[in-house]
Structure formats: C-alpha cells, structure tokens
Design a protein. Structure first.
Length: 343
C-alpha cells in the first residue's frame, strides 16, 4: 500500500516550510493568497488527505464570480483545448472563488448559440462566447447587457458596440502575415486559393481581407481565386480541395483561414507531393502538427491559448467588479507562428 503523504511531503512539494503549511491548514496566521494557493495545488497533486480543507480555508473569504462560456464544436481538438485552458484559468484566478459553467453549442446556428447564452444569464455573472455575426446574437447580447451581465466576444468579434469586449487575434493582421509567408514560399507567381468557414464569421472575413490586401500591395502578379466556404467541416473541405486541384492543376497555394483544415491536409496527401501546394493553416492540433512535420504545410498561425484564457478571465473579473462600464474595446493577442522546423 502506498504511503500516505505527510505534512512534510506537502511542504517539500509546495516549496514552503512545514510551519507555513500548518498555518494554511489551521488558519493560525494570515498567509499570502499566492502561498496558500501553491500549497493547495501541491496538496491536490500528491493526494494529501486535507486538500479539500485547504481549499475551503483558502477560498472562504474571497468573493465568488460565476463565469459562463459558450463554445462551438465540442469534438474539435482545438475547442477541447480551449475548454481545458479556460477551466484552469478560472481555477488559478487570484482574489476570487471562481465557478465555471461551460456549454458546447450543438451547431453554429445563431439560434443554438443565442439560446445557450441566454440560458446562462441567471447562473453567471459574465459570459464569453465564440459566435457568428447575426442579429439574433446581437439582440441576446443586448438583453444580457440590460440585465447587467457583460458579454465578451471570443476569437470572432460580434455585437460590436454592445458586447463588453473582443479577445483574440488581430485577424486583419493575421491574414497579412499568412499572405507574406505565402508570397515568400511560392517561388513565382501563380494561383492561390482561400477557404473561409462562412460569411458570418467576422474573423475569417478579416483574415481574407488582409490576405488579399497584402497581395494587391506587394505581390500583384499572383492570382487569388474566388473565396470558397467550407463551413469548417472536414469532409466538405476534403471534397472541395480535391475538386480545386482538378480544376486548377497549377495551383500554387492554399490558405485555410478557419477550421476544416484536416480535409485539406488529407486531400493534399492524396493528390500532391509535399511542397507542391503551399498550405497555410490556423491552430496547432495533431493534424496540423503532422502536416508541418511532413512538409505538407508551410506555417500554422496559432492562438496562444494560455494567454487567451488568462486574459479573458481577468477582463471578465474586471467587468464584474467595476461599477462603471468601460467603452467596448478590443484586446489583441500576438499569434504563435509554427513552421516545419519548430514542431
């Protein structure tokens, strides 16, 4: 039978003295929240029997904030990662007792997402969601605002002027970064294709705009084909990519500005050799990492998830605790850029 962790083990794991652990356990003297949290997290890691008691003592006097999140596509690795990181960000947020309610929408339809957001109103103090641009979403955000529940647009900006703020990448700039890389990788001018998830994803529209504007300004000899909608689905992207390669055997590059990249990768593996079509993707998931490693992709532009989640939680806390309502704004994060040699 494994030995039960002792207070000495807990002190060693948390990097503090036994006396400090004793103060955390028994509340004999004030301990800094950062130190108490370190002891609590160490107790959870090693399975210390009084971990729950430490948690109760540490959070007892802190104000409670309830965080609500609505995400699309529960089965996508990217959104699974976002959910895990957001739970961790709420758990480590200083100065509060955080409670999290996380919902995955059954589809990307405005009605499904708006319904989940409205349902969080009575259970949450602030809400962050990734949603399309649609009047139904805007109306829901407006109603939530009237009820005193601030809403944040996550990764895709919507309800501008009404929502509390946007947190994510500067998508116009990201599109230009993708175009710069594409123009350098493709040896000479040729045809370039672009996929967007849909015309109501404001972020995808901005990426496409930035992508095209860069080529107009710095590489006008390239031909940017008509933009294609893939609804961020693997199968549709796969079929559309194969058809694209048949219609344009001289295709030089493909930019997937949103989801569905798995289909494009599969089609290129089936129909082209590595490097024949320069592929630029978004986010680092197992498929995009593999495509980079095998030289089917030239770059993946990724959202820094830990920073995204930490900053989102901090902004939500600020919105709940401050009585004055700030002017709706944008909180931009610098993207992480992954190349074949960096994975």
């Amino acid at each position: 039978m494994a030995k039960r962790p002792t207070i000495t083990d807990l002190a060693r794991e948390s990097g503090v003295s036994v006396a400090t652990v004793d103060r955390v356990l028994n509340g004999r003297a004030k301990v800094r929240e950062e130190t108490a949290r370190r002891v609590y997290e160490a107790a959870q890691r090693i399975g210390y029997h009084a971990a729950a008691l430490i948690g109760q003592r540490m959070f007892a006097d802190l104000p409670e904030i309830r965080f609500g999140f609505v995400f699309p596509k529960a089965r996508q690795p990217f959104w699974q990662s976002v959910a895990r990181e957001m739970e961790a960000a709420v758990a480590r947020a200083p100065g509060i007792r955080g409670q999290i309610v996380l919902e995955f929408a059954p589809s990307q339809s405005p009605g499904d997402i708006a319904g989940l957001m409205a349902g969080l109103a009575g259970r949450c103090d602030a809400i962050a969601a990734s949603a399309v641009n649609h009047m139904q979403i805007t109306d829901t955000v407006s109603q939530l605002k009237d009820r005193g529940v601030p809403c944040f647009a996550l990764l895709n900006d919507y309800a501008q002027g009404i929502r509390q703020g946007y947190i994510g990448l500067n998508n116009m700039k990201v599109g230009r970064v993708a175009a710069h890389m594409m123009s350098k990788v493709v040896a000479r001018s040729g045809k370039i294709a672009v996929f967007v998830g849909g015309y109501r994803w404001h972020g995808h529209e901005l990426r496409e705009t930035g992508f095209r504007s860069y080529f107009r300004e710095y590489a006008p000899d390239f031909t940017i084909l008509d933009t294609m909608v893939n609804l961020e689905t693997r199968q549709l992207t796969y079929e559309a990519t194969l058809e694209l390669l048949q219609r344009h055997p001289d295709l030089k590059g493909l930019y997937c500005s949103g989801g569905g990249m798995e289909g494009a990768i599969a089609a290129l593996r089936e129909a082209r050799a590595p490097g024949q079509v320069a592929l630029i993707l978004h986010e680092l998931i197992p498929e995009s990492r593999s495509a980079l490693a095998d030289r089917y992709a030239e770059m993946s532009i990724a959202t820094p998830l830990e920073r995204l989640c930490n900053d989102t939680v901090a902004l939500m806390i600020d919105a709940v605790q401050k009585s004055d309502t700030p002017t709706p704004g944008q909180h931009f994060l610098n993207p992480d850029l992954y190349l074949p040699e960096s994975v």
